[in-house]
Design a protein around this ligand. Sequence first.
Ligand SMILES: Nc1ncnc2c1ncn2[C@@H]1O[C@H](COP(=O)(O)OP(=O)(O)OP(=O)(O)O)[C@@H](O)[C@H]1O
Length: 502
Amino acid sequence: MIKTQLSDIWKKALAEIEGEISRPSFETWFKATELVAYYEDYLIIRVPNEYAKDWLEKSYIGLIKNNLEKILEHPVKINFVTFSNKENEIDIISENLSNTPDPNLNDLDQLEETQRLQQMREEQEMDKISEYENKFEPNKKHQNNYQHNYQTDYSDSDTLLEKHLNPKYTFDTFVVGNSNKFAHAASLAVAESVAKAYNPLFIYGGVGLGKTHLMHAIGHYVIKNNKNAKVVYVTSEKFTNELIDGIKDDKTANFRNKYRNIDVLLIDDIQFLAKKERTQEEFFHTFNALHEANRQIIISSDRPPKEIPTLEERLRTRFEWGLITDIQAPDLETRIAILRKKAQIEKMDVPDDVTLYMADKIKSNIRELEGALVRIMAYASLNNRKVDLDLAIEALKNIIPEDKPRPITGELIQEVVASTFAIRVEDLKAKKRTKNVVFPRQIAMYLCRELTDLSLPKIGEIFGGRDHTTVIHSYDKINSEIKTEHGLKETIKKIKDNLQGK
Ligand SMILES: Nc1ncnc2c1ncn2[C@@H]1O[C@H](COP(=O)(O)OP(=O)(O)OP(=O)(O)O)[C@@H](O)[C@H]1O
């Protein structure tokens, strides 16, 4: 995103904001602000100081968000940075903006910055929500406190939440592999026969594995087949915030009206309802109203219902009424396929060895995998080089830790040997003389002598204070058997490979 576009967007937003708040407030809080970065749904707004940052976050985030979403026509996540603590980093972004004609570098910096800030911000938001949740009492005497402290407006609109669906998250762009095929099939079934297949559909899995993507895909599918379908996508944080706002403004009826009159409710990250009793209660009634009216509910979480702490039993059982399906970390083939798909969508030319390198190194989070791809493309374009393996290694050197093997120590040998023979490290050190322990122990002692500088008494010591003669005996025994027993030779080779990180 080039600078003029950023300032145009921000000018439009400011013009709207100016009309909605008092002149002195506008002059005080918005005059010296600037939109400095915009990547996908992340935006960074620079403000003069920490005080302004706090105030904008506390009081005007909803207003800013609403206006930017109206202008950009998609949901946004906003981060504020100050001149003081961000000066250097922002200078780097600005420098890049002016030095290179390629906006990708800025995308890259922005992405990293925004991701980091977003995480901080989300943590702060969660703290804030819990703080208010804890304060919550239906009792009106607390409401003034709310008004005083909690002016953030998250309830952005009653518009159809099609607006909140990321256009990129469709079934077409979702790569199906072993790790997600059940979740995908269930989602498709739900999208094809709303409220008839599984209700609710509960999708759980680790961070960045495609839960939100699948939920949005259901939303798109439903809307495509029925333009009038009311589809609402909401995170459980937002649900909580809207409820708090509803209570604060005495508008719980509006809130209920909104959530109980929809065809498909997609609620993301339900685990954040843990500990929020009042929100759970409200969600319980929302759930019942929708379910009884034969409306579809789709829920995502980072864990299955029974592992969400302090989730009310009645909600837990309801979550278990329909289908619970999980998404696992993708295997290598799926990771490669996702990278290829992403490269194809973005019209990037990425050689196979680069895709393989990335997929091999980044295993557990698809969001990180995508981030790495953006980084490589940006790095290539900045340096005016073609994308190849050398470039990929350079570009990702700060993301992918160097493959330094762990130093081989007695403890490491004990760990690896114990896990190879499915026994515990303590067994290796114990007095036990059963065959299933004695043999691995001898192997471990042999390896300690072969691969470390430990003296014989020291080796004896780490195996439960055994005498050095026992170590010599073990070493000699294994050393002679290895020459005649092929199986033992193979086993020891495998353990050595493991120790050397091969
Ligand atoms: N199977 C897939 N095919 C293509 N892209 C995928 C797939 N799985 C995940 N992604 C992409 O990975 C990124 C992260 O996915 P998503 O946001 O859906 O994860 P999530 O499970 O909801 O994570 P979180 O727990 O952080 O909310 C998105 O850009 C998404 O498009």
